[in-house]
Design a protein around this ligand. Structure first.
Ligand code: NAD
Length: 260
């Protein structure tokens, strides 16, 4: 029997990009998956493809009750919860501190920090009770921006550093019952959204330019796609990682070894 046969995973932001690739990979491994996302169309496409192997919940990660609903339905339908992946996130488009008005920065703070930080907290909090029963684990999607500058603007970088802090504190507090780790992707070709208050201050970049920029920056010269990151999630969720907690695995084409 494969490791994830009959296991139950809950993920936020699974309707698109890196989350969607993770959803596909766990489903392929025999897991049941519950997804919370605000994209109605993205969720409908997954439901159409996978049917009863998935539960799709349209909601917002900043609302604790939406996570409670997801966890309740996962356990009601699949009988258990083994893994929670906090992944839904938004971006600040590399908005430059000096160029953005204080008002826009304040609006951006509310939006971005609520989704990127409180959204991760909410999901972990709502899942904990069930994860304790299965000795399960939590994985955060972080970013190189969680460790060094220039992976985003100030709020994105601050939010990703905060996710690392949250991950480490939870790993410490929830041991020995629940492991908590992170995957840290480098720049990846997805449709990661720039939040509305910062759009007037940033330049929209087309996918070709983005691909060239990602490729030039990392030593492996890869323009990464969402599928390139699924390996570390499968590893960290598995019993083969039972001694790993409080750790972040970089999946960034070697960007981290350059220091920047
Ligand atoms: P994406 O936009 O393709 O996927 C994000 C998903 O989250 C979308 O389906 C979106 O609908 C959902 N979402 C956003 N806000 C939500 C909310 N409030 N409630 C519910 N769902 C919400 O982007 P992605 O690149 O796959 O991003 C996934 C994660 O990967 C994010 O945490 C992001 O910071 C991180 N990341 C991305 C990159 C990159 O270059 N794309 C690099 C490093 C880390």
């Amino acid at each position: 029997m494969a490791e994830f046969d009959g296991r139950s995973l809950y993920i936020t932001g699974g309707a698109s990009g890196i989350g969607r690739a993770v959803v596909d990979s766990f489903l392929k491994e025999g897991a049941y998956v519950t997804i919370l996302d605000r994209s109605k169309d993205g969720l409908a496409a997954i439901k159409e493809q996978y049917g009863e192997q998935v539960i799709c919940i349209e909601g917002d990660v900043t609302h604790f009750e939406d996570h409670e609903k997801a966890v309740y339905q996962a356990v009601e339908t699949f009988g258990r919860l083994d893994v929670f992946i906090a992944n839904a996130g938004v971006f600040d488009g590399f908005a430059k501190f000096e160029n953005v008005t204080a008002e826009a920065m304040n609006d951006a703070y509310e939006l971005l920090m609520n989704i990127n930080v409180k959204g991760y907290f909410n999901g972990a909090k709502a899942s904990l009770h069930e994860l304790k029963k299965t000795k399960g684990n939590i994985i955060f999607t972080v970013s190189g921006a969680g460790f060094y500058p220039d992976g985003g603007g100030v709020w994105y970088t601050a939010s990703k550093h905060a996710q690392i802090g949250l991950m480490r504190q939870l790993a410490f507090e929830l041991a020995p019952d629940v492991r908590v780790n992170a995957v840290s992707p480098g720049g990846t070709l997805t449709s990661l959204n720039v939040i509305t208050p910062l759009r007037p201050f940033v330049k929209e970049i087309d996918n070709d330019t983005k691909a060239k920029s990602i490729k030039t920056r990392n030593p492996l010269r890869i323009a990464m796609n969402a599928d390139d990151h699924v390996g570390p999630y499968l590893l960290l969720a598995s019993s083969k990682s039972r001694a790993i907690t409080g750790e972040a695995i970089s999946s960034d084409g070697g960007l981290a070894i350059r220091g920047l």
